[in-house]
Design a protein around this ligand. Sequence first.
Ligand code: N01
Length: 532
Amino acid sequence: MHFDAVVIGAGFAGLYQLLCLRDRLGLKVQVIEAGGDLGGTWYWNRYPGARCDSESHAYRYFFSRELAAEWQASERYPGPAEIRAYLDHVARKFDLRRDIRFNTRVAAAHFDQAAGLWRIQTEAGGRCTAAFLITAVGCLSSANVPAIAGLADFRGKWYHTGQWPHEGVDFRGKRVGQIGTGSTGIQAAPVIAQSAAHLTVFQRTANYSVPARNAPLAPEFKRWAREHFEQIREIVQSTLNGHAFRIEQRNVADVTPAERQAIYEAAWEKGGLQFRATFKDLLTDRAANATAAEFLKARIRAVVKDPATAEALADIDHPYAAKRPPIDTDYFETFNRPNVTLVNLRQDPIECITAQGIRTKSSRHPLDIIVFATGFDALTGPLLKMDIRGRGGRSLREDWKGGPSTYLGLQVPGYPNLFTITGPGSPSVLTNMPVAIEQHVEWITECIGHLRKTGMATVEASDTAATAWGAQVDEAARATLLWDAKHSWYFGANVAGKPQVFMPYAGGLNKYRKICQGIAARGYEGFVLARA
Ligand code: N01
């Protein structure tokens, strides 16, 4: 079967890409999705406490006013079921399901240079061809289960949060061990603790967290969000990170210590990622950042009653928000429960997993269930899981051995007509994802439309453009404190053997949007367009 375009993935990115290519350009499109239904990240991440960290009035599509008027989430932060219901609504409204093949995983995609098309093969052996191949595979979809010796011997059950069983897990009466205290672990622990007999949290790196203050949305807020759709869209499309709030233009040094304290307290009360937006220089100036860090550490010490536990939780080794900042519902309060224990792996590292549980250097922790909240092989992982080959059979796995090289995170030199939505080198994970996704999908659609209009068959990033873009990605990260947290997954540090390269573009989605627009306006500068 031949298609004009094959899109891999049916989350926010894949659905909108299908709609744009099929209904706006009139192409014949097939979406191939590994999961049994729509949702992408929200299909797989059903762990206890899972919830979006972006506020619901910003975590959605903005391309259609009509769609926005039809659907409103019920809470400040939507959970997986509500997000899936939203995507289902979108799919019904635009009749998208008929072009999606579920339960089908792409194993390989090879560019056939002679025929000028992509040959795609699924794990089940299915084959098709396409002029354009677009990956909409998500940035955080390749689960990272660390290779801890002895896991195969464990007699209990274990789960990774990103591959959570759809029927749920019953923790009642069980001794549960949770490894990982990133955004996911911080969401999961309070909920697991409510039903488990005992929860032991294994913490390698202590983390900041700000209360999410989730709540049902008041009817007045819903009305306001409906009536202010255009204004909200204007904000998400013009800010650094695609969220529906602006970053304050003051620096920490512009206010007195008392004013600063009041600002942090108000932001703490309000809750959510907006805490990061209280001052312009929080992510660029170490001294400024230290004031936020101290405020947040003081909160941990104030909440957690056991002094040793409080100290381990507040012993944070990186600037605030240099790693992705979590938001929570009663995370630190959870450590005041009698059925919850913290193990500080910095002092007492895991030695192995045994048949009975986890053995650390100084103790044994008998467990019935282990929850791996250990994150993902981010950004490159989902792409490199597939055997992608470009011109002359060159392989993406080989080409990216030393780290990803892309032009704008959208294309890879040597791989004509392959587009990577929110790929490495684009703002992606540093933003409110649906907004970054819309920008990419619309840019790709315009690019393909341009090729069709001008009779061109292929578009391919040049080596020079990709090298220059890589330098810009590096420079943008170095200008921020994100560069200080070398152990973050932004650098790939969480996966053994992964090259240490800062992967997302940290220059801001607003700036990135203008760069992409300029490049297109200058005749796709840095791309080579060719006839068949
Ligand atoms: O993963 P993480 P996550 N032994 O990599 C620890 C998004 N997200 O799933 O920091 C012991 O952040 C690891 O320790 P360390 C969001 O972008 C979004 O929590 O590497 N510990 C860390 O504590 C987020 O950033 C939402 O030292 C080990 C944890 O596991 C991203 O997903 C909600 C270990 C992993 O933290 C990933 O978050 C949730 C080992 N061998 C997540 N290996 C939204 O709301 C790893 N760890 C949209």
